[in-house]
Design a protein around this ligand. Structure first.
Ligand SMILES: [Zn+2]
Length: 467
């Protein structure tokens, strides 16, 4: 019996590849044991077929589940917003309403979807214009963007389970397969959330201190969704996590996501991420936090979650401010990679170094210098000490580091004499400096602790999206 099914599937798949040669994206119907899907094949690897449905959702189909495949006479066509709206109304029932605007269809409890759709749409256009100012090319979304705002955690959890997302401890997510953002209102209702909630106050610390998780979640998850739909990331390829999360945390800063206020200077910084970065700069960026590791692997997001988010934000901010032309090229290169094959560390690093034209460790020196200047500008001259500067510069490899050490020693022995002579004169000044430094450090530590606690409360930060 089993053998007969396998044989049937093989024949059908062979027929599918015949169809491929005549038509690039045939409209196919996959009949499974319990369900039927219609769409176009995005990729076919090993025993998995990735199918794009008319509403923009993707389904991964295991060959074992297929009973029959047939080609449909009508070519594949994406659903119109009206068709998707109708489908959503049917899926979510009478307790919810669906309201649409230019790019968005928002499902929310009755009477509240209209206000939410304005917020989602506003983030969409702010993000796109932020990118266009930096000459980062984008395109219009192929499908209507769907966001679902559940009334309570229970309904959210039930829905997340259907998408195979573990909802414990998370307040929202974007799923590249369903292409939907899902979140819940928690204790804050839309009645108290209007557009002004997404604006910054003169003191951006206050925005964080009083912020509700709802608006932060909306900005973060919507940025993911928009980025995946306007050609910045590929929904089928593997984009490095530092690019995806860095982009979303970058846009969390009120001076960036609220374009009408023309965010400048400090308002463009993600305060929480920046504070963490300053702390790390003071401790020294060692191997475990190096850009080499961040660019080559995603593992930092598992082992040092908050630091990884902070480094990803800092790198994205640096690239957007100083290297937007190259970053645009790099994003295009990543978006082209739409195969679900592993994007290994060697290629990740090579692509980065080729695009930005620097060895990563050299690049890290510019990155540290840029953020040290920012910290001194906005947090005071002594916010980043020079004590760990040497630690911050990670050498390219052991050979290079040995060479460097020998060079340093030569310089050091030449200068030693001079240093001995001046030591007595500078001692008093050093003592005063140490006292100020301790005070700054204590202040930064308390602030960082407070903020990191808040981030944990938010949703554990690493679970906000599912990439
Ligand atoms: Zn995220």
């Amino acid at each position: 019996m089993f053998r007969r099914i396998v044989l049937a599937v093989t024949i059908v798949l062979a027929a599918t590849s015949l169809v491929y040669s005549q038509q690039k994206h045939p409209h196919l119907e996959f009949v499974l044991k319990n369900k039927t899907y219609r769409g176009k094949v995005v990729s076919q690897e090993n025993s998995k077929t990735l199918l794009m449905l008319g509403d923009g959702q993707m389904k991964m189909i295991d060959t074992k589940e297929i009973v029959k495949i047939r080609e449909l006479t009508k070519p594949f066509k994406r659903f119109s917003a009206v068709e998707v709206k109708f489908q959503l109304a049917k899926e979510f029932g009478s307790r919810y309403e669906v309201v649409g605007k230019t790019h968005y269809l928002v499902v929310a409890p009755k009477g509240r979807a209209k206000k939410y759709v304005e917020v989602f749409e506003d983030i969409f256009s702010s993000f796109r214009s932020y990118l266009s100012v930096r000459n980062i090319s984008t395109h219009s979304p192929e499908f209507p963007l769907v966001a679902i705002v559940f009334q309570d955690q229970k309904s959210f959890a039930k829905y997340a389970m259907k998408e195979q997302v573990k909802s414990a401890g998370i307040v929202g997510y974007y799923h590249p397969f369903s292409n939907r953002v899902a979140l819940y209102e928690s204790s804050r209702k839309i009645s108290s959330l209007d557009k002004s909630d997404l604006e910054f106050t003169p003191d951006i610390f206050a925005r964080h201190a009083n912020s509700s998780t709802l608006k932060d979640t909306i900005v973060h998850e919507t940025t993911h969704q928009v980025a995946y739909n306007i050609g910045l990331h590929s929904r089928t390829g593997s984009t490095p996590k530092w690019v995806v999360e860095g982009m979303a945390t970058l846009f969390e800063a009120p001076g960036i996501h609220h374009r009408s206020r023309g965010g400048t200077g400090m308002k463009k910084l993600n305060r929480e991420m920046f504070t963490r970065l300053v702390k790390n700069l003071n401790h020294g960026i060692d191997q475990s936090l190096s850009l080499r590791r961040l660019v080559s692997y995603d593992s930092m997001f598992r082992s040092r979650t908050i630091d990884a988010y902070s480094q990803a934000w800092a790198l994205n901010y640096f690239l957007m401010e100083k290297h937007s032309k190259e970053y645009s090229r790099y994003l295009k290169l990543l978006a082209k990679n739409n195969s679900n094959k592993l994007y290994d560390s060697k290629h990740r690093l090579a692509d980065f170094e080729n695009t930005f034209g620097n060895k990563i460790d050299e690049f890290q020196q510019h990155f540290i210098a840029f953020h040290t200047t920012l910290a001194r500008k906005y947090l005071g001259r002594k916010s980043v000490t020079t004590r760990n500067n040497k630690k911050n510069f990670v050498s390219t490899n052991v050979k290079d580091s040995k060479k460097q050490r020998l060079k340093d020693n030569k310089k050091h022995s030449r200068k030693r004499h001079h240093r001995t002579r001046t030591r007595t004169r500078t001692r008093t000044r050093t003592r005063t400096r140490t006292r100020t430094r301790t005070r700054t450090r204590t202040r930064t530590r308390t602030r960082t602790r407070r903020r990191s606690n808040r981030r944990h409360r938010d949703n554990g930060s690493n679970t906000r999206n599912r990439n």
